[in-house]
Design a protein around this ligand. Structure first.
Ligand SMILES: Cc1ncc(COP(=O)(O)O)c(C=O)c1O
Length: 753
C-alpha cells in the first residue's frame, strides 16, 4: 500500500499544543531555575501530583519506564519468582520485570474491556507469583477493588501501569491510588507531555518510598545535617539504598517539572474534552456493531479518560478485515489509523528470553482485529468531524461491497462465438461506436482470431500473456495505443482468452475513463468513473475472472487487484466449444484453480450461503469433469460458479503459500496452487486426496523437489509473501492463525514441495 504523504489526519507524535501559560512556565524555568535539576520545581511537581492523585509519595523521574524499573527493583522479585503482566500492553510494562530474572507470565485481557480483570489474572497465579502488573490501557481503569482483594488473598504486590490513565477513576478513586506502586508517563504522546519524556512513580509504603531518591539518583544522599565543614568528607555521600543493589540515574530536569506543574492544572479539562469527543465518535458509529469500542461504564465514580481510541473491527460478515478498514481510511480518506500493542509474546525480545508462549486468545483476537484512531487532543474540530464522517463512510463502503453485483447478461451455448457481433449489437446497441477486441495471441494459431468479424471501425489487438502475468504497464500501454489511434472512446471492450486477457480487458475498460496509471487503482473501489462497456469471451476455464469484481495486475511494487464494481463484465459469452482445444495440462491446472477456490471457500470462515451454494456446485462439476466425463459446458459453468463463490468469500492457506512459490520460483498460478495443495493434507485432507485422484486419472505429474537448493534468503522471501496474505489466512485458520501456521511450519511445508 502506498502511504499518503502527507495525511489529512496524521498519527500525531505529540499529544498537546502547549498553551501560552505552559510556554511561559518553561521559559521562566529556563531563565531562573538553579539548579536545573533536583530543585524546587521537582518538589512542587511531586507534591502537587500527590495531591491530585490523593496519595502520599510521588517521585518524578525521566520516564514511565524508569518508574517501572524502580517499581520492579522495589518489589525485590528475582529468579524463581513469577510476575503476571498483561500480554496486551506496551513492551515497557514488561521489560523491567523481565530484567530481574523473574519469570514473566502473560495474562489475557477481557474481551469486552480489553484490559485485565481479577478473573484473567487469577488464572495465572501460582505459588511463585509475587507481583501482578495491571495496565489501565487506553485510559480505562481496571476493576481495582477486585484485583486488590485478589492480591491480598494471595499476598501479592500490585503495580499499576498508569502510563495512559492520568486522571482516570474507579469508584471515585484515581488510577494509581490503589496499588503498592503506580507508574505514570509524561512522554510526548501522553496527556502530560513534559517536553517529550518524563514519568512519575507513586509508592504506597513509606518505608519503600524512602529508598527512591537514592535509587533514582546514583545512590547520592546528604550527610547528616550539622557538619562543621559542608565539604568534608565530601559534598554528599553515595551508598546503597538496597544493600548490594547498584542505583541508577533516572532524574528529570527542572524545566520539565515546571511544565508538568502547569499542565496538571488543566488535566481534568483535557480529560473532559477527550471523553466528550470519544463519546461523540462512539455514538456516531453505534449503528455499526462491527466496530466495537472498549466497554466502559460511565458515572458512579468511573471515569475512562480515552487516552487513545481503539476499537475492534469484525467484518467477517462482509468478508472484510480490519486491514481493509485501515487501508480504506488511509488510501481514500488520508487518515492514519494504526494497530497497537503487538501481543508481547510475539516479539523476538520475549521469545528469545523464554517468554514466547501464552494462552491469551482474547489478546490475539483483539490485536488481530484492532484499529486505533488518531485522537490527539489538538485535532481541529473540523478534522474530528471529518474523522467521524470518513469512518462512517468507510464502514458503509465495506458493508456495501457485500451487495453482490453480478454479470447482468450471459449468453451460453456452443457456436455462440460466431455470433459475437450480433450479440454485442443486441446487448450494447453499438451504432457507430467501435469495439476493441483484445485477443490472446495464442488464437492466431488456434484459428479463433480468423473467426472474428471486426467492422472497419473496430480494433483488434493481440495480447501476449505467455511471458508474464498481466501488468499495470501493459494495461496503460494498450489504453495509450487505443487513444493514439482513435479520436473517441470505444463503445465496447471485448476480452477473448483466459484469466489474464480477461483481467487486462477489465483494466483497459476502466483506464479508458479514469486518469493516470492503472497502478493507482490497485486496491478497493478506487476508480471514480464508470468504465467502458466490457464483455468477456473465456477460452480457458477455471480462474473465474469472467465472474469476479477484480482485475489482478502486477505493478512495479505489488501484485493486487483493481477491486471494484467497475471490474465486473457487462456481459459474458460462454461458448463451451472454445475451451475444447486447450492442452491437457493447462486445462487441468486451470481447472484445479477453480477446484481449490471452492475448497478454500467452503472450508473458510468467511463463507455465507450465497457463496456456499456456488462453491458446492462448482466443486462437484469439476470433479465430474476430471473423473467422469469431459463435459465442457460443465467445466465452463464450474469456472463461472467458482468465480462467483470466491467473489463473496475468500481463499485460504493454499493461495497464501502459492503466491510465495510463484513470486520466488516463477510458477504460474494454477500449477503453483497444485504443488502447494498437494502438501496440505493437514488443512484440506479429503480434498487433497480428491485432487490426487483427479491427477492420477488424467495422468498429471507435478514437478518434484522444486524448492531444493533454495537459499535461506529465498525461503525467507517466500514465507514473507505467504504471511502477507493475512486475509486468506484469517479465513482459513481464524485470527489465531499465526500460532497454527508458524514460520517453521511454512518452511517445513515448502521444503516438502
Ligand atoms: C502502557 C504503557 N506503559 C509504559 C509506557 C512507557 O512510558 P515511557 O515512554 O514514559 O517510558 C508506555 C508508553 O507509551 C505505555 O503506553
Amino acid at each position: 500500500m502506498q502511504e499518503p504523504n502527507p495525511y489529512k489526519i496524521p498519527w500525531s507524535g505529540r499529544s498537546v499544543e502547549y498553551t501560552s501559560a505552559e510556554i511561559d512556565a518553561v521559559v521562566n524555568a529556563m531563565k531562573t531555575a538553579d539548579p536545573l535539576t533536583q530543585g524546587k520545581y521537582l518538589k512542587e511537581f511531586e507534591s502537587k501530583f500527590s495531591e491530585y492523585l490523593g496519595v502520599k509519595n510521588s517521585f518524578a523521574v525521566s520516564s514511565a519506564t524508569a518508574a517501572l524499573e524502580l517499581a520492579a527493583i522495589l518489589t525485590r522479585v528475582g529468579k524463581g519468582d513469577e510476575v503476571i503482566i498483561p500480554a496486551h500492553t506496551f513492551c515497557a510494562t514488561a521489560i523491567p520485570f523481565a530484567r530481574t530474572g523473574a519469570k514473566v507470565v502473560w495474562a489475557d485481557i477481557d474481551r469486552d474491556t480489553r484490559i485485565v480483570t481479577a478473573k484473567t489474572l487469577e488464572k495465572c497465579i501460582t505459588k511463585n507469583t509475587k507481583v501482578i502488573v495491571v495496565v489501565h490501557l487506553y485510559g480505562l481503569v481496571a476493576n481495582m477493588p477486585e484485583i486488590m482483594a485478589l492480591a491480598q488473598k494471595y499476598n501479592i504486590l500490585v503495580v499499576e501501569d498508569c502510563a495512559q490513565a492520568i486522571g482516570a477513576e474507579y469508584q471515585g478513586k484515581k488510577a494509581g491510588a490503589y496499588g503498592d506502586f503506580a507508574c505514570f508517563s509524561f512522554h510526548c504522546q501522553k496527556s502530560i507531555n513534559t517536553l517529550g519524556e518524563g514519568g512519575m512513580l507513586v509508592v504506597k509504603s513509606d518505608e519503600k518510598a524512602k529508598l527512591v531518591p537514592g535509587l533514582r539518583h546514583n545512590g547520592v544522599k546528604p550527610y547528616p545535617a550539622g557538619r562543621d565543614r559542608y565539604w568534608v568528607p565530601a559534598m554528599s555521600n553515595v551508598d546503597f539504598d538496597i544493600e548490594g543493589f547498584f542505583p541508577y540515574n533516572f532524574c528529570i530536569g527542572e524545566v520539565q517539572c515546571a511544565l508538568g506543574i502547569e499542565i496538571l492544572k488543566t488535566i481534568d479539562a483535557q480529560n473532559q474534552k477527550r471523553k466528550e469527543r470519544a463519546k461523540k465518535l462512539i455514538d456516531a458509529l453505534k449503528e455499526y456493531p462491527e466496530l466495537s469500542f472498549q466497554k466502559a461504564e460511565d458515572g458512579q465514580g468511573k471515569m475512562h479518560v480515552y487516552h487513545l481510541l481503539s476499537a475492534q473491527y469484525d467484518g467477517k460478515k462482509f468478508g472484510k478485515t480490519r486491514n481493509d478498514l485501515i487501508e480504506l481510511l488511509a488510501v481514500k480518506y488520508q487518515i492514519k489509523t494504526v494497530v497497537q500493542y503487538y501481543p508481547l509474546y510475539r516479539y523476538p525480545l520475549f521469545q528469545k528470553t523464554g517468554f514466547g508462549t501464552a494462552d491469551c486468545p482474547n489478546t490475539d483476537e483483539f490485536f488481530d482485529n484492532m484499529i486505533s484512531f488518531p485522537f490527539h487532543i489538538w485535532m481541529p474540530d473540523a478534522d474530528f468531524e471529518y474523522l467521524i464522517d470518513s469512518t462512517k463512510k468507510s464502514l458503509e463502503e465495506l458493508r456495501a461491497q457485500k451487495i453482490m453485483k453480478m454479470v447482468p447478461k450471459i449468453v451460453f451455448g456452443e457456436g455462440k462465438f460466431d455470433a459475437l457481433h450480433p450479440i454485442a449489437e443486441e446487448i450494447f446497441s453499438l451504432g457507430q461506436g467501435y469495439i476493441v477486441y483484445l485477443i490472446d495471441s495464442v488464437h492466431q494459431k488456434t484459428g479463433l482470431k480468423n473467426r472474428l468479424v471486426p467492422r472497419n471501425q473496430d480494433m483488434v489487438i493481440d495480447i501476449d500473456v505467455s511471458l508474464h502475468e498481466p501488468k499495470t504497464e501493459q494495461v496503460d500501454q494498450i489504453k495509450d495505443q487505443i487513444l493514439a489511434k482513435k479520436n473517441a472512446l470505444p463503445h465496447l471492450v471485448v476480452g477473448i482468452g483466459g484469466g489474464s486477457v480477461m483481467d487486462i480487458a477489465k483494466g483497459v475498460s476502466i483506464m479508458l475513463t479514469n486518469n493516470s496509471s492503472s497502478a493507482d487503482y490497485q486496491g478497493w473501489d478506487l476508480p471514480k468513473n464508470k468504465a467502458i462497456f466490457k464483455m468477456a469471451v473465456p477460452t480457458l476455464s477455471g480462474t473465474g475472472s469472467e465472474a469476479t469484481r477484480t482485475a489482478v495486475l502486477t505493478s512495479l511494487t505489488k501484485k493486487q487487484g483493481i477491486n471494484s464494481d467497475q471490474s465486473i463484465f457487462d456481459a459474458v459469452v460462454m461458448d463451451p466449444e472454445l475451451i475444447k482445444t486447450v492442452d491437457l495440462e493447462q486445462e487441468f491446472f486451470t481447472g484445479m484453480d477453480c477446484f481449490i477456490h471452492c475448497v478454500e471457500s467452503l472450508r473458510g470462515t468467511f463463507i455465507n450461503e450465497f457463496a456456499r451454494s456456488f462453491a458446492k456446485t462448482s466443486k462437484q462439476d469439476i470433479e465430474d469433469f476430471f473423473l467422469k466425463e469431459k463435459n465442457y459446458g460443465k467445466l465452463m459453468m464450474a469456472s463461472y460458479f467458482g468465480g462467483s463463490s470466491i467473489a463473496s468469500s475468500e481463499v485460504g492457506v493454499c493461495h497464501a503459500l502459492s503466491y510465495g512459490l510463484s513470486l520466488v520460483l516463477g510458477f504460474r498460478h494454477g500449477i503453483a496452487n497444485c504443488i502447494v495443495f498437494n502438501q496440505l493434507d493437514e488443512f484440506y485432507d479429503t480434498d487433497v486426496v480428491k485432487m490426487r485422484e483427479m491427477m492420477k486419472k488424467n495422468n498429471i505429474e507435478l514437478p518434484k523437489n522444486v524448492t531444493k537448493g533454495l537459499t535461506p534468503e529465498d525461503m525467507e522471501k517466500m514465507v514473507h509473501m505467504a504471511f502477507k496474505m493475512e486475509k486468506p489466512l484469517i479465513n482459513a485458520l481464524g485470527s489465531n492463525w499465526r500460532n497454527i501456521l508458524t514460520k517453521e511450519k511454512v518452511i517445513e511445508l515448502y521444503k516438502k514441495m
